[in-house]
Design a protein around this ligand. Structure first.
Ligand SMILES: [Zn+2]
Length: 77
């Protein structure tokens, strides 16, 4: 995946969700945790809550498995 696009998507999540990668990682260590996720297709800004280790979540806007968790985008998992 393009590093620039990944950075843009992560920045968008940080701006819209108030997402803190380190804080989320600590929360993800707990059972039943969820993470904010965002569709990585260019031009799509679909976001949802998904499993912290999810890198093929379903985007309901694109109908493709392109939603990645913020932790995946941040390179923490
Ligand atoms: Zn999408």
């Amino acid at each position: 995946m393009d590093a620039v696009l990944r950075g843009m998507k992560l920045s968008k999540l940080v701006a819209e969700e108030g997402f803190d990668p380190v804080e989320q990682l600590l929360e993800a260590a707990a059972a039943d945790s969820v993470s904010p996720g965002i569709c990585v297709n260019p031009g799509c800004s679909y976001t949802c809550e998904i499993e912290p280790d999810q890198d093929r979540g379903w985007c309901e806007a694109c109908d493709t498995p392109t939603v990645r968790s913020a932790l995946i985008l941040a390179g923490l998992l």
